[in-house]
Design a protein around this ligand. Structure first.
Ligand code: ADP
Ligand code: ADP
Length: 231
């Protein structure tokens, strides 16, 4: 069970600025939800609160049946993919994928199986022995996604993951990430996803539902078709 529930969630930054105003939202188990809106609308503040990288100053955040307001990131069952990939430059792709599992004490055989499974899903088995600096932007982004998959999280969080790619790669990655989400869900792996972007095309093509934000308030939450029909 990896439903994500935001109950009157608020964020006031230490300088007194209120960035998030009582947000109510439920992301269903296995759903692909996109947060979209202009710069400054609080997309990344919300995502960082879900991830545990930013404190919650009001309301309640639940992942599955647990209230996670006070839980550190490691204990939330989430995996986050960042815009800048955040790969370890001195490690090969295989080691980049394996590192988190190794720290968590995962047995070697299982670790190897999970790394190869993720590499197969992302069609990057031939990249496992390369170093990050030997990868293209699109390949590096796939490694970053692979690193999230090996963790088998309850919830995937994406923070503008395609912003640094050129238009052609971005289009290809939109399709790839959407297919990946379906594959995981069909394989009965929890695949609840929150995907942050300022790109309307990404939102409309990838989201099963879209949450439109403005100045820390939800404007609308609906399917792409419904939003398109009644803008
Ligand atoms: P987005 O991701 O949609 O661009 P952010 O979540 O980064 O928006 O920011 C939302 C609002 O909160 C903005 O007005 C931003 O300036 C403000 N903000 C972000 N981080 C801080 C901070 N650490 N202290 C004060 N205000 C902040
Ligand atoms: P993004 O839009 O991708 O969140 P930003 O440039 O808005 O990137 O923010 C970069 C960093 O600066 C973040 O850690 C954010 O929390 C912080 N930040 C953004 N706005 C403010 C602000 N008004 N005061 C203090 N810190 C801020």
């Amino acid at each position: 069970m990896a439903r994500l529930t935001l109950n009157k969630v608020e964020k006031t930054y230490p300088n007194g600025f209120k960035a998030v105003h009582g947000v109510d939202l439920e992301v269903k188990d296995g759903e692909f939800m996109v947060f979209v809106g202009p710069s400054g609308c609080a997309k990344s503040t919300l995502l960082r609160m879900i991830a545990g990288l930013e404190s919650i100053t009001g309301g309640e955040l639940r992942i599955g049946d647990r209230t996670v307001n006070a839980l550190p990131p490691k204990e939330r069952g989430i995996a986050m993919v960042f815009q800048n990939y955040a790969l370890y430059p001195h490690m090969k792709v295989y080691e980049n994928l394996a590192f988190g599992l190794k720290l968590a004490g995962t047995p070697k055989a299982e670790l190897d199986q999970r790394v190869r499974h993720a590499a197969r899903l992302l069609e990057m088995e031939h990249l496992l022995e390369r170093y990050p600096k030997q990868l293209s932007g699109g390949q590096a982004q796939r490694v970053a996604v692979g690193r999230a998959i090996v963790k088998k999280p309850d919830v995937f969080l994406f923070d503008e993951p395609l912003s640094n790619l050129d238009a052609k790669l971005r289009a290809a990655m939109r399709v790839r990430l959407t297919e990946l989400h379906r594959t995981l869900r069909d394989g009965r792996q929890p695949a609840t996803t929150v995907y942050v972007t300022h790109d309307q095309v990404e939102a409309m093509t990838m989201g099963e539902r879209i949450c439109v934000l403005k100045e820390g308030v939800i404007q609308q939450v609906d399917t792409p078709t419904a939003l398109y029909d009644r803008p």
